[in-house]
Structures are given as C-alpha cells and as structure tokens.
Design a protein around this ligand. Structure first.
Ligand code: UD1
Length: 388
C-alpha cells in the first residue's frame, strides 16, 4: 500500500510527522509531496529537521501568490505527481490552500482522499481556511476528526457516517512526543529569562492586513505590557510585511518589554509556549497546543473552529476590540482558567488513522461509492410531470 502525504505550509508539518512515522512503522510506503507553499528556511526546512520528517520525494515549489494563483499552481503541478506515483490514498491535513488543491486533483483522478482534521467549522466564510475546509471535506472519502464538533458538523452537512471517524489530534501526537526535547533547547532561559511573560502570535489576514484592526491590537498590547516582564512576539512573514506597510513597526518596538523575534522553530516555540503565563493568538493550532499545556489562551478572533478548546480547555475567544482584549487579560490573570485535555488527545491519533486505513477502509469506501451511484434518484421526465 502507498499513502501519498501532502504538506504545504508550516502548520501541516507537525501534522504529517506522526502519520508518516506510523504508516512506515507498519510497512506502508508514505512518500511526501511538499507543495512549496511555505519555503523560507524557518517556515519549512527547520521543521523537517527538528521533527525528523523524511525528505519530501517531490517539491512542487509553488511559492506565494493570490489564492487563485497559488491553488491553481499546486493543482497543475500535483496532477502529474499523482499520475506517476499512483498512490492508493492521498492524505491531506488541515485547511491551507495546498490541502484543498491536492484533494481536488486526487479525487478527480479517481484516487481516494483522506482528510485529517476534518469537519472543523468557524461558520465564517470570510476566512479562506473555512472555504478550504468545507470544499476539502465535500470531496474527501475518509474524514478523520480531531474533536467531537468535527463529527457533528460533518453529519449535519450530510456526510455518510461510514466516512467519519473521531480519532484525536495528530498535532498533539507531535507535541507529546517532543515535549522533553523542547525543554532541552533551553529556549526559555535564552530568549526570555523571566517567568512572567506572555507570547503573542498574529498572522490572519483579517487581523494583520487590515490597518485599523492591526493598530488596535498593537495598542492593546501596549496596554497589557505592564502586567508582564516581557511580551514575546515571533513575527510571521505576512505580519512583518503588513506592520511595515501600516507604519506600525516602530510603535510596536517601543512597547516596554516587547521582544520581536524571527519565526521560531517548533521546539523553541513549544518550550516558550509551555512556560508562558498567557498566550494571545489568532492561530488555530496554538489554541489546541495551549489547551494540552494548560496555558491560558486568548484567541484574538471573532470565532473559533475548535470549540473543544473553549468548552474543555484553556481557550477564550475574545475578538479584536482593544478594550475586550485588555479586559480579558486582566480577568485571566485574576482567575486563570482550569482546563482538561480533550478525549483522544493522547498521542495515539496517527496510530488510530493507520489502523483504520489498514483495516480495509479504502475498499469499504469504494463499495460505499458504488452503493451511492446505484441509489442515485432517477429523474422524472418533464412530460410525465406535465401529464400528471
Ligand atoms: C497560510 C495558511 C494559513 C495558515 C498559515 C500558517 C492558506 C490560505 N493560509 O497562511 O491557514 O494558518 O499559512 O503560517 O493556505 N511568506 C514568506 N515565506 C514563506 C511563506 C510565506 O515570506 O515561507 C510570505 C509571503 O509574502 C506570502 C505571505 O507570507 O505572500 C503569506 O503566505 P501564504 O502561504 O499565502 O499564507 P499564510 O499567511 O502563511
């Protein structure tokens, strides 16, 4: 059996790492196709090295572009790869443009597709990731969910229950596997040197590309800074460029205790996050990681597609209004949330997926498709309606 793994952008790499390892441990070939959506050393290669992910057998080298240009470039370059490699299954993770592009190509070539992290919904179509999630799930054959809301959403949208499996969170597999190595980096001592610090990450276009919102968030950070000895803010390339464009970099730098950093590697960032008094973020994955680490998290967005992190974990969705952010920080410092780790976030999610795939899931899906075709309704001819 051959399972072709797709990875394109930074958050994909920690998700494929345990899957590739678990498939290979069972003797299943697990080649990787890197689309090249993220290409900087610190956004890509560093993660492969740190997490011991095998070298991709193909790199499509698509780089940056508009949504249409990037998605189209991935599709055009991925098609010959699938034709040449003839995988039994194409496995895509998460919700980036590469995820959707490769799922579409595979399904149209008649190759079954598995989507890992299926069913998450923010119900906010202004987010490009929401479109990627909905469209990827609509064409995928095997839908592996990380939390119960994923399963609920898919069933409500009409997915057949046979396709949907609640397996847990592969990104948490990686976190649990590398936690000790993260602590051994000593990043906390080297980059922080105090226990009373907060970590900030922002990269959503809705937050950083919009000058008004970006400025409000910078002012909110200035107001909360006195509560901490340091605010650590590793800057995503999009954020760095947007802040410069808006003329906000100098103001941000002038905040007392603010430490602007280059994007960090996986291990250093994990160590810093684990020791933080508070994390403020608009990332999806960080909401999940802080829940497992038991670190309070404030999500600077109007919604989340990961509600289990709020219902059971340490996450609170606070939006982007500066007064709301400041009030939420004060409240969390007064009364830190007590969370629990969601069911199945136990380091064995990848293993569950591999077991399911190896236990005949691909054949079962082929039969399901056959059944769906035979049950397709026969259209009533127009003349018959008129006669009746
Ligand atoms: C992408 C994903 C987003 C994910 C994020 C994680 C989509 C639609 N978005 O957003 O879901 O949360 O990755 O980081 O797929 N750039 C570099 N070097 C790189 C990569 C990007 O400088 O290695 C710069 C380029 O200027 C590029 C910009 O960052 O135009 C944005 O990159 P892009 O891949 O389009 O989207 P992200 O914002 O990274």
């Amino acid at each position: 059996m051959k399972v072709l793994h797709v990875a394109g952008a930074r958050p994909n790499f920690m998700k494929i790492a345990p899957l590739v390892a678990a498939f290979e441990a069972e003797g299943v070939a697990a080649p990787i196709c890197h689309t090249g959506q993220h290409y900087d050393e610190r956004m890509s290669r560093l993660f492969f090295e740190e997490l011991g992910i095998p070298r991709p057998s193909v790199n499509l080298g698509v780089g940056s572009g508009t949504h249409a240009a990037q998605t189209a470039a991935v599709m055009e370059r991925f098609e010959p790869v699938v034709l040449e490699k003839r995988p039994d299954l194409v496995l895509v993770v998460g919700d980036v443009n590469s995820t959707l592009a490769c799922a579409l190509v595979a399904v149209k070539l008649g190759v079954p597709v598995a989507h890992v992290e299926a069913g998450l919904r923010s119900f906010d179509r202004r987010m490009p990731e929401e479109i990627n999630r909905m469209a990827t799930d609509a064409v995928s054959d095997l839908l592996y969910c990380s939390e119960p809301s994923g399963r609920r959403n898919l069933l409500a949208e009409g997915a057949s229950p046979e396709r949907v499996q609640l397996v847990g969170n592969v990104m948490i597999d990686t976190l649990l596997r590398h936690r000790d190595r993260a602590a051994a980096t000593g990043a906390r001592g080297r980059l922080v040197g105090t226990d009373r610090y907060a970590v900030v990450t922002l990269h959503r276009p809705a937050n950083v590309d919009d000058r008004g919102i970006a400025e409000g968030l910078v002012e909110a950070l200035a107001e909360i800074a006195p509560h901490f000895d340091a605010l650590l803010f590793p800057l995503h390339p999009r954020t760095c460029a947007a802040l410069d464009r808006h003329g906000l970099t100098t103001r941000l730098r002038s905040i007392d205790g603010m430490r602007l950093l280059k994007p960090l590697g996986y291990l250093e960032f994990l160590d810093i996050m684990a020791g933080a008094a508070l994390v403020l973020t608009d990332s999806g994955g960080i909401q999940e990681e802080t829940t497992v680490l038991g670190v309070p998290c404030l999500t600077l967005r109007p919604n989340t597609e990961r509600p289990v992190t709020v219902d059971e974990g340490t996450n609170r969705v606070v939006g982007t209004a500066p007064a709301d952010v400041v009030a939420a920080v004060q409240e969390v410092l007064r009364d830190p949330p007590n969370g629990r780790v969601p069911d199945l976030w136990d380091g064995r999610a990848a293993q569950r997926i591999v077991e399911h795939v190896r236990s005949g899931a691909i054949d079962a899906i082929a039969q399901l498709r056959e059944g769906e075709r035979s049950r397709a309704p026969t259209p009533t001819p127009d003349w018959k309606d008129e006669r009746e």
